[in-house]
Design a protein around this ligand. Sequence first.
Ligand SMILES: Cc1cc2nc3c(=O)[nH]c(=O)nc-3n(C[C@H](O)[C@H](O)[C@H](O)COP(=O)(O)O)c2cc1C
Length: 246
Amino acid sequence: MARVLVVLAHPEPTSFNAAWADASVAGAEAAGSAVRFCDLHRLGFDPVERGAHYRIDGPFDPLKAQESRPVPPDTAPLAADLEWADQVVLHYPMWWFGPPAVLKGWLDRVLVHGRLHDVDHRFDTGRCRGKRALLCVSTGATAAESGPGGKEGDARLLVWPVAYALRYCGFDICAPVFVHGVHGYLEGAEKAALEARLRQVLAAQAGVMAGLAARELWPFNADTEFDADGRMRPGAPVHWPFITTG
Ligand SMILES: Cc1cc2nc3c(=O)[nH]c(=O)nc-3n(C[C@H](O)[C@H](O)[C@H](O)COP(=O)(O)O)c2cc1C
């Protein structure tokens, strides 16, 4: 039985993103998975990493503080959810070409140094190897604006830092699901068409969840494709413009 963690990063319970996350939960349950749901806003999650979360003396060094024990009471159960799950699904809207602050803070605080990753356990030796992550992301921009040559930036690159944080911890990264052109400014027939399209997305999510274990993965370079200085070896495949050939 798969263990699925669904994380929602949206402040409004009646939003499309909230409905989409609910559809992921229902789809995973229908597929026979054990499911945990983490609604970061409903939890009142504090995304700002700072010394006040820890019992430390002296200056606040975030990586060292995260290694110290106990892990803060608000992040400990969320880190435990990540350790429990073998499939993690993140639902968020694109906000300013990246994730909402609450999700960035979830990465900052819940990917606990010394627990979810450390210098000896990252990328191919990451603690989360064998687990899969799926990003489900909505944009206000249209598909054309969010694709190759699009003026709002290629959505695959805009989500890459979130995906790579999870890859750093060892996750396999599934090809994301994007829903474009989602916003509340349409009227009349255009609004009705958007609502119909979003209903189709929600209906299709059960199939996405049922197929998660076999979903196409994004390619990343293996550790062996970098030299001792951490530079890509000549001839290694170039998968993403974030890791350049020099
Ligand atoms: C603060 C903020 C920043 C936004 N930035 C972007 C952006 O960079 N690119 C984009 O396509 N849409 C952007 N949007 C639009 C949201 O992505 C869109 O409203 C959302 O995906 C709709 O989903 P929802 O109905 O669940 O909120 C932004 C919206 C807000 C509130």
